[in-house]
Write a protein that binds this ligand. Sequence first.
Ligand code: SR1
Ligand code: MG
Length: 430
Amino acid sequence: MTGDRAGDYRILHEAALRDYLADVPDLVALLGAEPVSWSITEVGDGNLNLVFIVRGDRGGVAVKQALPYVRLVGESWPLPLSRAHYEYLALSRQAELAPGLVPALLHHDEKLALTVMELLEPHVIMRKGLVAATHYPRFVDDITTFMARTLFFTSDLARSAAEKKQAIAAFAGNHALCKITEDLIFTDPYRIAEQNRWTAPYLDGLAASLRDDMDLHVAISRLKLKFMASPEALLHGDLHTGSIMVTGSQTRVIDPEFAFYGPMGFDVGAVLANLLMAYFASAGHERMPGERAAFEGWLLETVEAVWTEFSRKFLDLWRAGAAGDAYPASLFTGAQGAARLEAERQAYMQRLFADTVGFAAAKTIRRIFGLAHNIDFELIEDPRKRAISEARAVRLARAMMVATGTFPAIADVTGAARKLRDWQPDFATA
Ligand code: SR1
Ligand code: MG
């Protein structure tokens, strides 16, 4: 379904969903033969869709149905149902490339924009766990495997030119979701926009300064162009900590409805930005000074490890023998060719790191001044404390965006974050 077939579509609430699932033999076998006894609970707390947990006496499933509008805003903001198609396509591809790191797909209905997936239990949304100061020891290895494999194997380094162009075309229709990103991340926070909001009155001055900051406007516009015009690889497209479910021993990446071919740094930057926001928010969740220090240390170690492990795994895949049409092996023969190709790989990763730093900054600023915020900051009840945490994050993000070159390595990012941990913003002059 790449167009929308509104005639065949209906929103399935509890009773209709029960009847629908009862007609799918594989799901009945999984849930148990008595549909009347199934419990069905709507649990969606995201911005766009309905999500149900269905449990029977034999097992449970998660059901996701796209609504024809943005749930967060309502029917006044229509949104194509076709995003469910792209999400299904992306999940299928990610399952091939990064087995075990996305939920198993059990059923998909194009007309109803509905997908049934493995119920992830006892996994929690990572963002919620980070608010509660929980460490996740598997996270670095799993998320870096996911990113290295999905980005490398969908890029020109691993695919023929024809395959790559067909793959770009397969996701090109997801432009309405890209447009959300183009507006909400790369444009609105830097201008007056009806849906913007921030922690007033503390951040009023900072919000106004963003609107006048031409260095920032140039930097965000360069990033926007890169997002729009660099189909490097199949992106998840919304890889924040609300799109990751975790336990101490497992990681699953969910919700790739924003998937499209874009710049790799957008996904990697999303992960780093959300870890850094968890870091800055942490001070606002303290009940006793220093009680979350070990957790905050783990967060910064995790930021460093995500980049270094991602980079190592991506380079290992490339060195293992890339089958793509980029960098033809026939042009890099002999010892000199091998040395020059290795230098190129290093230069490629340095460029990708700069993109990552810029996109991480953009992902941070949008969560503080745009429409869609995150619970890392929102659950800090005292608005002044919340604004202090947010102002620290924005200070780092602005530097990362306009002076990206002063962050040549990931330790430069974590070092700057550490220095801002106790910085006190002056809201009168901010
Ligand atoms: C209107 S949708 C707002 C945000 O929710 C999604 O998770 C994306 O991040 C999007 O930008
Ligand atoms: Mg989502």
